[in-house]
Ligand binder design. Structure first.
Ligand code: PGA
Length: 250
């Protein structure tokens, strides 16, 4: 299976910075034996869609509305994302769960509407530090994923999942490969039970993945790629992670 490396730019970028970053990534990833995407702020979808034209770089959004259309000021619909070439949409990122009060049910609806429009939702799950220390990691990630499985039935085989321990996001504190693998194997078993077959769904790791630690994380049997925040904003770092994913291809 080809690994998937997805950049999550979060609320960063400018027309000039995006231009330089995307051109450098495309030049550096030529011939890469893994899938690469960048999930960009919605206003830049059109710019990056043009920049990526003719390359293997895929485009993604960082969120999607759970509604089809209508009076939802500030929201961006799945059909709009699709019109601008989005192949992926991150849903349920912990920053959205935390700062925008997104519940498991809302995240499940977002995944559903993305799938209905042919967009692969990258469903984020992950525990807080307090939950980990209370021994509740498995319970939390299974509950978050179960909501998405419940809402999406057999379509679940079309999603991607990102395990992002909240305590590792943007903190420089990464889960050890063993800690990440442990949770990934739990998620793999849950997905396998839900789909009823062994077809692999990408399970990405996210949380301070960088050029130095990517290889050991991506070498784990159930880590199928990465969702990269800070390190996706520097072409050299992002390209090193992409190179590690190509080497680690299972
Ligand atoms: P980070 O962010 O790599 O900066 O920790 C990852 C994410 O939040 O997707």
């Amino acid at each position: 299976m080809r690994k998937l490396i997805a950049g999550n730019w979060k609320m960063n970028g400018s027309i000039a910075a995006n231009d330089a970053l995307v051109r450098a990534v495309i030049a550096g990833m030529a011939g890469a034996d893994c899938s690469v995407a960048v999930c960009v702020p919605a206003p830049y979808l059109a710019q990056v869609q043009m920049l990526r034209h003719g390359s293997a770089l895929e485009l993604g959004a960082q969120d999607v509305s759970q509604h089809e259309q209508g009076a939802y000021t500030g929201e961006v619909s799945a059909s709009m994302l699709k019109e601008f070439g989005a192949r992926f949409a991150i849903v349920g990122h912990s920053e959205r769960r935390q700062y925008h009060c997104e519940s498991d049910a809302v995240v499940a609806d977002k995944a559903k509407i993305a799938l209905a429009h042919g967009i692969t939702p990258i469903v984020c799950v992950g525990e807080t530090l307090a939950e980990r220390e209370a021994g509740r990691t498995e319970e939390v990630v299974k509950r978050q994923l179960a909501a998405v499985i419940h809402a999406n039935g057999h379509c679940i085989s079309e999603i991607a999942v990102a395990y992002e321990p909240v305590w590792a996001i943007g903190t420089g504190r990464t889960a050890t490969p063993e800690q990440a693998q442990q949770v990934h194997s739990v998620l793999r078993a849950q997905l396998k039970a839900a789909t009823g077959h062994s077809e692999r769904i990408h399970i990405l790791y996210g949380g301070s993945m960088n050029a130095a630690n990517a290889a050991s994380l991506l070498a784990q049997p159930d880590i199928d790629g990465g969702l990269i925040g800070g390190a996706s904003l520097k072409a050299a770092d992002f390209l090193q992670i992409i190179a590690a994913a190509c080497v680690a291809r299972a």
